[in-house]
Design a protein around this ligand. Structure first.
Ligand code: ATP
Length: 605
């Protein structure tokens, strides 16, 4: 099978090339270092001091040649003082460079830290609709790799460029002072370098963008393969996944190579050639002057200084051009981070409303994931505080969608759901989440201890955690683990059976002492005996907690105060088990009879 044939994965978004994103990315990079202004200035000051000390070397050399060597003036104490002075200047320059590096690296690291936190906080506030389309590996890549762009910018790009510019300015000023005509010849280098950089950018930009995208796709592919390893192996899909990985990896290698080629052809060699050319021109000019007999002893010192300075002009220019590749990468990384940051967060509700009793009123609720394709149609439902409601219906009838709306995971039509008379969207986020518990269809467990999984970061005492586990009938199996509540459960709770994970998820929801509890197929994976225990738990909550439970297994909701039967997104039937069972040819009755037949079949087998 060809490498690109695994379906279901959209290509990585590529906002990087658009100028608006570039400008925003640059703004993001600058914003990251804003609180560090003081450190930035101190770092730049150290940089200038270091460059100043470094510039003294050639001047000392020129002075030595002109003043002592050519006139054969063997004033040893003075020569020694000059040499010691030059060495001291070098030592001071090295020390100040160290101070500068520490200061500026600190700025860069803290900026990365800040941006990474900002991105992660933002991801936590994104609406669930975003995650319907997001690809985990790519998101991870944004938060970890792309935020590093900031470090590259500050440690490598800006300061190398700044450093080089200061060196360049220093060297040019010194040359201007020594001989302005020669300085003009050297200055001709600058437009040549600008041209080279321009050509480099044109050549390498597509490769840089592509390699970033492919790296993020590689991450996504690895994350997806590891997440679905059991299915992947069982479906013998490993060869196809391997082929796709190798295809991506090959693409990544090629785009990196394209980038390196542009680097290797354009930057260093061309600039090195210019260096040689320039030296030749300067020597030629000196040669002409010697020929016209206007050269005197002083000019030899100037020649020495010039040759030293040309190296000092070429090196910063090479450094500056080399940084453009890094700058390119930094901007592309930053524009990907910026694209994520511009995703609209879930609206923050005011802190006015609160859940007091737990009464839910739904009126005319219509909702669809895509415009014009409703999944729920004009739902009307009153769920009194403290009651137990079951939701049943065929696969795809909209049960989870209804629960997701009640949980505020999606912004449904505002004003159609009220809790205790307050519109859902007006209840403060913290109050809402503290009052509403949820047991999801797929129990999600952290790679942490059983205790941490129940507490989920809430300040709960050991006694509260244990009480919740007992109520959910999870205490016995947790206590039987080798370190009881402190046993690490492995990634995704890999150490537990699916049924045990469900019980733990129920314990977690109960530990928050919610006013309203939503369960989405919480009994799907537990045996009948444990299911009865869960039913007892739910019965105990009656009157205190409003329970809304989706169940495929109808026995779970048999005792509910009312059962809502959904059919193609509409409430088809509503009533107690007994009331629904007498609707001749009714949906519930049929579902119930079918399930009983299935159970009988299982018993016979
Ligand atoms: N995130 C989503 N984006 C787009 N469509 C969705 C999304 N989630 C569900 N749907 C669609 O909405 C409809 C109702 O799905 P929902 O998950 O609510 O059904 P359900 O009754 O809970 O099914 P099940 O019993 O299988 O869990 C389905 O047609 C489904 O394809």
């Amino acid at each position: 099978m060809p490498a690109e044939s695994i379906p279901g994965r959209p290509p990585a978004a590529a906002p990087a090339a658009r100028p608006r994103f570039r400008a925003e990315a640059a703004a993001l990079l600058l914003r990251a270092a804003k609180p560090e202004r003081r450190h930035l200035w101190i770092g730049v000051a150290w940089l200038m001091v270091a460059v100043g000390f470094e510039a003294l070397g050639p001047l000392a050399g020129k002075y030595l040649i002109d003043r002592y060597l050519l006139p054969h003036d063997a004033d040893l104490p003075r020569i020694a003082a000059l040499l010691v002075g030059a060495m001291l200047a070098g030592a001071v320059a090295s020390w100040v460079r160290y101070l500068q590096l520490v200061r500026l690296s600190g700025v860069a690291m803290r900026s990365v830290q800040r941006i990474r936190e900002e991105v992660y906080r933002h991801v936590l506030r994104l609406p669930m609709a975003f995650f319907d389309h997001a690809i985990t590996g790519q998101l991870v890549s944004r938060v970890t790799n792309d935020t590093e762009a900031v470090k590259t910018l500050y440690v490598q790009v800006l300061f190398v460029i700044l450093d080089s510019l200061i060196l360049l300015a220093g060297a040019m000023a010194a040359m201007l002072w020594l001989d302005w005509r020669l300085m003009l010849i050297v200055a001709a280098l600058v437009p040549a370098v600008v041209l080279i950089v321009f050509a480099y950018q044109r050549l390498s930009a597509p490769a840089v963008t592509r390699s970033r995208e492919l790296r993020s796709e590689l991450n996504a592919h690895v994350a997806e393969s590891i997440g679905g390893m059991a299915v992947l192996q069982a479906a013998n899909a490993a060869p196809r996944f391997r082929d796709r990985f190798e295809g991506l990896n090959e693409g990544h290698y090629r785009s990196r190579l394209g980038e390196l080629r542009a680097n290797a052809w354009l930057l260093r060699p061309v600039l090195d050639f210019l260096n040689v050319l320039l030296l030749a021109v300067v020597l030629w000019v000196f040669g002409l002057r010697a020929g016209s007999a206007s050269m005197n002893a002083i000019e030899v010192g100037i020649l020495y200084a010039f040759i030293s300075y040309i190296a000092r002009v070429i090196e910063p220019l090479i450094q500056i051009t080399m940084q453009f590749s890094q700058l390119q990468q930094a901007l592309i990384g930053a524009s990907r981070v910026q694209a994520l940051l511009t995703e609209v967060e879930s609206p923050v509700a005011s802190e006015r409303g609160a859940v007091t009793r737990g009464e839910i009123a739904i009126e005319g609720l219509t909702f669809g994931y895509q415009p014009g394709r409703p999944v729920l149609h004009a739902i009307d439902l009153r769920i009194p505080a403290g009651s137990f409601h079951g939701i049943v219906g065929h696969t795809g009838s909209g049960k989870t969608t209804l629960l997701s709306l009640l949980l505020r995971f999606y912004a449904g039509a505002p004003g159609h759901v009220r809790i205790d008379g307050v519109p859902l969207e007006a209840i403060g986020e913290d109050t809402f989440r503290a009052s509403v518990g949820m047991v999801p269809q797929e129990p999600f467990l952290l790679a942490a201890s059983a205790r941490e999984n129940i507490a989920m970061g809430r300040a709960l005492s050991d006694a509260q955690v244990e009480a919740a586990a007992r109520a959910a009938h999870a205490h016995d199996f947790i206590a039987a683990l080798e370190q009881g509540y402190d046993t690490l459960l492995g990634e995704g709770g890999a150490r537990l059976s699916v049924g045990q994970k469900q019980l733990l998820a129920i314990a977690r929801a109960l530990a928050g002492e919610p006013r309203i509890l939503f369960l989405d197929e919480a009994t799907a994976h537990i045996d009948s005996e444990t299911e009865q225990l869960v039913q007892q738990t739910l019965a105990l909550l009656r009157g205190r907690v409003t329970v809304v439970a989706i169940a495929h297994r109808l026995s779970t909701v048999r005792e509910a105060d009312r059962i809502v039967v959904l059919n193609h997104g509409r409430v088809a039937e509503l009533g107690t088990h007994a009331q629904l069972m007498v609707i001749e040819g009714g949906l519930y009755q049929r579902l119930y009879q079918l399930q009983q037949l299935e159970e009988e079949d299982e018993e016979v087998q």
